[in-house]
Ligand binder design. Structure first.
Ligand SMILES: Cc1cc2nc3c(=O)[nH]c(=O)nc-3n(C[C@H](O)[C@H](O)[C@H](O)COP(=O)(O)O)c2cc1C
Length: 311
């Protein structure tokens, strides 16, 4: 049932075969993985966040399972932008033939702008997702604020990226803020074309026998089913206050019912992260579950977006 319904959509001048996206950092493309993971069936792939220079990342262990989710503290390990542009991007864009959204992070506004201007020349980059959850070193190092926690700094990063590229710019917000609407509005005012709501939540876990933190970095980011109601509320806040900006939902989507919940609350796209580690078939299940839902409710995908009924 539902298999013939077309979920294709056009957004930011990009054609997507469906709205189900792979979240940044949660699965890396590899030819051998293609046998078990349906990369080519996804709406788009957001690649793991890259920085200007190579980064080793945080001390091990970097992931740990917790009730209803997982914690990670990868620490933006990556080989840097030149390796990405030369080695990763050409391969994935040739082999996958789906839109590639490149996630970027920087430790200063200039760094963000510099990465964006490099990517602007790359035809294979469909859009740029700005991960603003990096420590904000523009301020005093004693203040461990993230760019994402300060509307002025968020505005500055997005404006600088906007001026460095003509590609669509999507901003991935942090949920760890007092007022996500203020940050969302600031980045839209700075020229963001889309928003991803949201990144992981700061968290920690302790091994009580060794009395040591379970993550080498002590703390990390929580993802998975536990965060879904929290992120859903943030997405609804953003959708109902910052109108007309397509939103990518990211937080605890494990099956099609969760995806539909986010779409009803205002998401145009849904992204899958943690679920990929436990169910490589989730993408296909979510796609076909959304189709089934639309057929059952005799609705188009467009009609479903933001269709929450409030009396
Ligand atoms: C192991 C791991 C690595 C991640 N790496 C990144 C990253 O490099 N950049 C980023 O923006 N988000 C990263 N994330 C966050 C995910 O993209 C996603 O926003 C978050 O996990 C919430 O979605 P989920 O509950 O479906 O996993 C990572 C998440 C995990 C679990």
């Amino acid at each position: 049932m539902g298999r013939d319904l077309n979920l294709g959509l056009e957004c930011w001048g990009i054609g997507f075969q469906n709205p189900v996206i792979i979240a940044s950092g949660c699965i890396e493309y590899d030819e051998s993985l293609s046998e078990v993971f349906p990369f080519r069936e996804c709406g788009a792939l957001v690649t793991k966040t890259i920085t200007l220079d190579r980064r080793d990342g945080n001390p091990m262990p970097r992931t740990t399972e917790v009730d209803c989710g997982m914690l990670n503290s990868i620490g933006l390990q990556n080989e840097g932008i030149y390796h990405y542009v030369k080695k990763i991007l050409p391969r994935i864009s040739n082999e996958l033939q789906i839109p590639i959204i490149t996630s970027i992070a920087g430790f200063s506004i200039e760094e963000y702008a510099s990465i964006a201007s490099h990517l602007d020349r790359e035809k294979a980059v469909a859009a740029i997702e700005i991960n603003i959850s990096c420590p904000n070193l523009e301020k005093s190092k004693d203040e461990s604020l993230l760019f994402a926690q300060d509307p002025y700094m968020s505005y500055g990063v997005v404006k600088a990226v906007r001026e460095s590229t003509t590609k669509p710019v999507i901003v991935k917000l942090s949920p760890d803020v007092t007022d996500i609407v203020a940050i969302a509005q600031a980045v839209v005012d700075a020229g963001a074309d889309g928003l991803t709501v949201a990144n992981t939540y700061p968290a920690m876990a302790v091994d009580i026998e060794t009395r040591r933190p379970k993550l080498g970095n002590i703390t990390g980011g929580m993802s998975g089913p536990a965060i879904r109601p929290l992120t859903l509320k943030k997405l609804w806040d953003v959708y109902s206050n910052v109108r007309d900006v397509p939103i990518i939902a990211s937080g605890g989507i494990m099956d099609a019912s969760h995806a539909v919940e986010y779409i009803i609350a205002g998401a145009t796209f849904i992204s899958l992260g943690t679920v990929n580690f436990i169910n490589p078939g989730a993408v296909l299940e979510v796609i076909s579950g959304i189709k089934d839902y639309l057929l059952r409710h005799k609705m188009s995908y467009k009609e479903l977006i933001g269709s929450l009924k409030i009396d």
